[in-house]
Design a protein around this ligand. Structure first.
Ligand SMILES: Cc1ncc(COP(=O)(O)O)c(C=O)c1O
Length: 498
């Protein structure tokens, strides 16, 4: 592991046979790793020494001023350079030990591996609670508002709209529900087409089919990895010429970065096509100083457990138009018409957010800005620790905005390194580290293989290149610096091994 300020250097753990028991006990105390490494005059490892080994010598009658040369010979259990967390843990379990020295080809210790440093998996993006959520949840229980409506739901909508600078919001059961309802509000129905970003998670586009409509995919541009304005313009011109303008354009803000909305909005407006902004991944990001999520006629947010803030599951629609959000709330509660009995004149859904989960969301919203800063710090640390490796680059941040860096995405240039995303992901998995491929583009999905794609330029789909070269690294705002260093070290090792 990469040493941090509190980790003793491997040299500080080494001791020679002429040291006294007193010195050895003191060194064990100051280094606080529960182990010392007895090395010969040539620096090779002779054995490991624990507190128990020294106490046994004392019990056998040795004096504190005797040297540790009196320790019996004992072949050390070691790891070779190139070890993985999985192999180290297997050996530790087999020998019932918690530390393992790593030795080089000449049997010189180069590193000490501690069980506590490697036995917890590092996951891609996990929930990060503050201490505020439980108060809102407790209040929901105390007042028995354990229902898909209640004060937390109302307040979460108001607070989110205020945070974003949007007119109104409707809290829903998921981001997917928000996109579906958004399409319904925009009048998308059977037989329509809807344009959608190609490089995204499938939840952006599935609701198009829920409505019986068909998607057309728009490629990304390299500056932001988001919808290419030029590909959108070409697709809209083509649709106009055929008399099949789409009912809506779903613009995704990928991995926490806003799309370039000025040109996208201008082109869409020219053709009279409304935008649905899929800001599921970009809450807390900005575009030209304005909050992500506020650039479409409607915007969809997600509070899934892996998102920058979570309600454990949930989503929200936002819009400037309060009447539109009122209609969203109506459709999300089975579209019950005003009558003393149950009266229904149109199809509705059970899409409202629970008041308990809205309480979690309210607590999380209060720490959103801190979460953005923390994720940006994770990204900056990766960039610093890995940016010099030949063939490594990172998803760029377009100059027009500030990404929330929901996921830190690294790319591997196949012309500069033989390490592929698949091999790196497998290698990190051996080190108990979860990494993922970049979203497989929609036009490459068997589900949508028959649907058209408009590419950014004639060099082929940029989205396919991002998929072929990209790796999403663990990015949680709750990652410790030690865990980030563990990822960086593991990636360096993966490069050394390939
Ligand atoms: C881009 C994008 N759109 C939509 C969704 C759907 O959100 P949810 O999981 O809350 O339904 C997600 C995430 O899951 C997403 O990443």
């Amino acid at each position: 592991m990469t040493p941090d300020e509190t980790t003793p250097d491997i040299a500080q753990l080494q001791i020679s046979a002429d040291a006294t028991l007193r010195q050895a006990l003191e060194q064990l105390g100051t280094t606080a790793r529960g182990i010392l490494l007895l090395v010969g005059s040539d620096g090779t490892l002779l054995r490991t020494i624990t507190d128990g080994d020294l106490r046994r010598l004392l019990l056998d009658g040795a004096d504190l001023d005797d040297t540790i040369a009196a320790l019996p010979d004992q072949a050390p259990v070691t790891l070779a350079v190139g070890w993985t967390a999985r192999s180290a843990l297997a050996l530790m379990n087999e020998r019932s030990i918690h530390q393992l020295p790593v030795v080089d080809d000449a049997n010189r210790p180069v590193e000490l591996v501690l069980r506590s440093d490697i036995d917890t998996p590092i996951l891609l993006s996990t929930p990060h609670m503050s201490d505020l959520e439980q108060d809102f949840v407790a209040e929901a229980f105390e007042t028995n508002w354990v229902a898909p409506l209640g004060p937390n739901v109302d307040a979460f909508e108001v607070e989110m709209a205020e945070y974003l600078g949007a007119g109104a919001a409707a809290a829903l059961s998921s981001g997917t529900a928000a996109i579906h309802l958004g399409l319904r509000l925009l009048g998308v129905e059977s037989g329509d087409t809807v344009f959608c970003s190609d490089l995204t998670f499938v939840a952006s586009v599935n609701p198009v089919r829920y409505q019986g409509a068909e998607p057309v995919f728009i490629d990304s541009e390299p500056e932001s990895w988001n919808m290419s304005p030029s590909a959108l313009a070409e697709a809209l011109d083509d649709a106009k010429a055929r008399g099949t303008l789409p009912k809506a354009v779903i613009v995704v803000d990928l991995y926490g970065q806003s799309a370039d909305f000025d040109p996208i909005a201008e082109i869409s407006e020219t053709h009279g096509v409304p935008i649905l902004e899929d800001a599921a991944e970009s809450l807390g990001a900005t575009y030209k100083g304005r909050a992500s999520g506020t650039f479409g006629r409607v915007g969809a947010l997600s509070f899934n457990g892996n998102k920058i803030i979570t309600s454990s599951g949930g989503g929200m629609l936002v819009a400037d138009d309060e009447a539109l959000m009122e209609r969203a709330r109506h459709l999300a509660t089975q579209a019950r018409a005003p009558a003393p009995h149950y009266e229904h004149t149109e199809i509705g859904y059970n899409y409202r957010m629970s008041n308990v989960l809205a309480g979690v969301g309210r607590g999380q919203l209060r720490v959103l800005d801190e979460r953005v800063d923390a994720r940006r710090d994770v990204f900056a640390r990766y960039e610093k620790g890995l940016g010099d490796i030949e063939g490594v680059a990172f998803m760029p941040e377009a100059e027009y905005g500030r990404s929330n860096r929901w996921l830190s995405v690294m790319t591997l240039d196949p012309s500069a390194t033989p390490l592929t995303p698949s091999r790196l992901i497998a290698s990190l998995s051996e080190d108990q580290i979860e990494a993922r491929h970049v979203w497989k583009p929609m036009h490459m999905q068997p589900l949508y293989a028959d649907r058209p794609l408009f590419t950014h330029d004639s060099s082929g789909a940029f989205s396919a290149r991002a998929f072929a070269q990209g790796v999403c690294l663990p990015s949680g705002s709750n990652m410790t610096v030690g865990q980030q260093d563990r990822v960086i070290t593991a990636i360096h090792r993966a490069f050394e091994r390939c």
